[in-house]
Design a protein around this ligand. Structure first.
Ligand code: FDA
Length: 285
């Protein structure tokens, strides 16, 4: 059964690219930066993965044609490009996407998914990175116990990293489960990435982490243009604008597409207020 889209509208810009474009233009016109995400994940059929590759290329071309009205910045998932089917097939698909990105000056962020593909994602990233250093970046999740080494690994490469807490359910053997520890790890990695990395994205809606980042850069006389904050579409829009007005970079992650259910359910799991919002939407309709 397919749920009606109005349930997801708070977190997902639209079901089609055509409908999502004006939403992104509006965010850009308000002075914020964006990254566009075509929703979908964990593809198990080669033809679907090939279709996803073609859609990513179309998206890159569409943003290129929108000249200046929309950031040429997208976020993609390797599991959409066939990572779980055959890694070398996925790498071939990724090369095609990144070739188009390089040609058009687009930045492509590889989102990080579950721990079943963490190492595979990082090793695919390392494989393609030398050819597309300014066009590809990766994501690291502060809740994973392995992440300290991965932070050093990515700083060594001078790769662009988005740091987030981590959104997937993972066992205690692999991921910290309590918020104070996750926040401590996040802060440690934020400091390393800002001082030793290349233009990291600090992706969180958490005031404790946002304020600590602002305090860290002020105390160390680090320029605001050495990093950017990132938030999700539909969450804390006023705060997004306020942070941008304070002179920090703020990028909004804008998802679209009809495969919205897994993304939508992660947002509901994260915060009980999101569930209340959805329930009130249902009753207001
Ligand atoms: P969290 O939900 O932990 O909330 C902490 C505190 O922040 C709250 O107690 C409250 O004080 C404040 N807060 C949060 N939301 C609020 C709201 N709507 N209004 C008011 N206060 C609020 N994950 C992943 O595994 N792989 C990925 O590739 C990505 N990519 C990604 C991109 C971007 C741009 C973002 C922002 C996030 C991701 N994530 C992700 C998701 C990330 O891992 C994480 O699950 C969510 O950001 C939730 O964690 P937060 O730190 O944002 O706040």
């Amino acid at each position: 059964m397919k749920l009606p889209f109005f349930l997801a509208r708070k977190f997902v810009a639209a079901e089609t690219l055509e409908e999502a474009l004006p939403v992104v233009r509006g965010i850009k016109a308000a002075g914020l930066n964006t990254t566009f995400d075509k929703l979908g994940e964990y593809v198990s059929d080669r033809s679907v993965a090939t279709g996803a590759k073609e859609e990513y290329i179309t998206l890159i071309r569409t943003l290129d044609e929108a000249t200046g009205q929309i950031d040429q910045n997208i976020s993609i998932k390797l599991s959409m490009l066939g990572q779980k089917i055959d890694e070398s097939f996925c790498v071939d698909n990724l090369h095609e996407v990144l070739t188009e990105a390089k040609k058009t000056g687009t930045f492509v962020r590889l989102d990080m998914e579950g721990t079943d593909i963490t190492e595979s994602t990082l090793s695919i990233f390392e494989k393609v990175y030398p050819d597309y250093k300014d066009n590809v970046g990766v994501v690291l999740q502060a809740y994973l116990k392995r992440t300290k080494e991965d932070i050093d690994r990515m700083c060594e490469l001078q790769a662009r990293v988005r740091l987030c807490k981590g959104a997937y359910s993972e066992p205690a053997s692999l991921a910290w489960q309590d918020m104070p520890t996750i926040r401590d790890r996040f802060l440690e990695y934020m400091e390393t990435l800002i001082t030793k990395g290349r233009y990291p994205g600090i992706a969180t809606h958490d005031d404790i982490l946002i304020n600590a980042t602002k305090e860290f850069v002020a105390a160390n006389d680090i320029s605001k243009d050495r990093f950017e904050f990132q938030m999700l579409y539909g969450l804390r829009s006023d705060t997004q604008k306020q942070i941008s007005d304070e002179g920090y970079g703020m990028r909004v992650y804008v998802p679209y597409g009809d495969q919205w259910f897994p993304y939508y359910s992660r947002r509901l799991r994260e915060r009980k207020e999101n569930v209340w919002f959805i329930l009130s939407t249902m009753f207001k309709r």
